[in-house]
Structure formats: C-alpha cells, structure tokens
Design a protein around this ligand. Sequence first.
Ligand SMILES: [Zn+2]
Length: 145
Amino acid sequence: MTAEHVNGVKVIDVLLAESPVKTPTGRTIHFKRMVELVLEDGSTVYGCTECDYTDSALGRIRSHLSREHWTRPVPRKVTGGARRSRPAATVDVAGLSVADLLNSAATQIEALNDALQRVAEDRNTWKARALKAERAMAKLKGLLS
Ligand SMILES: [Zn+2]
C-alpha cells in the first residue's frame, strides 16, 4: 500500500508518476507502479504502489521495485498425462509468453526510461557547467582586451 504519511506529513494526493521521456508522438508516459505523492506541506515525493516506500528520486523507486517486488513468472508445468481438447503446450506457452512479454517489456521500458532520465540529468549538469565556463571565458576575454 502506498504511503499515507511521509516523515509525519500527510499525503493529500496520489498521481501516477510521469516518465521524463515521451512517446515518439509526444505523449506523456505514466509509470504504473510508481506514484508521485503530494504532501500537505506542498512538497512532493515519489512512492511505491506495492508498499509505503518513498524517495525524492524516481530512479530509486525503480531500483526499489526491482529489488523488493520483482516476481519472476513461474512457468506452468505441462504434464503429459491428461489429454486436452487443445494442444496443452501451445495454450500454456502462448498464455504465459504474452503475460511474460508484456511484464518484461513494461519492466524494460521503465528501466530504459530511468536510464534516459539519468542521461538527461547528466547532460543538464554538463550543459550548465559548459555555459558557466563560457561565461567565465567571456569575462576573461573582456578583462584581457
Ligand atoms: Zn515497495
């Protein structure tokens, strides 16, 4: 269950966390298992939908989810005994693989989004440093001329 209080401050709204990455058509992607919690004091934190874990960084919620709530799909055993009207192996494999594929794809998309977010944050840090260095260079040029 998602946290109802964070450090004693009441949660007043729960929103699906937005991915910093958009679809190729520009649509916003929302995570299904990570939420943004709006607290009574106006601040926001991210939370896990499976338990009351919260963190200021979305990436750490992602890590928490894969660490604490990852459930590997249990493959169904196909027993050779009773014959079914449909080929048992085909039904089981098809049913499992769709669920597994969707589950796996969702997990991988979220992991990719997190990786992209880290790259974007890194880029912003370097961009800020480059702009600061450019300003410093311009100031130096101004002093020398
Ligand atoms: Zn959790």
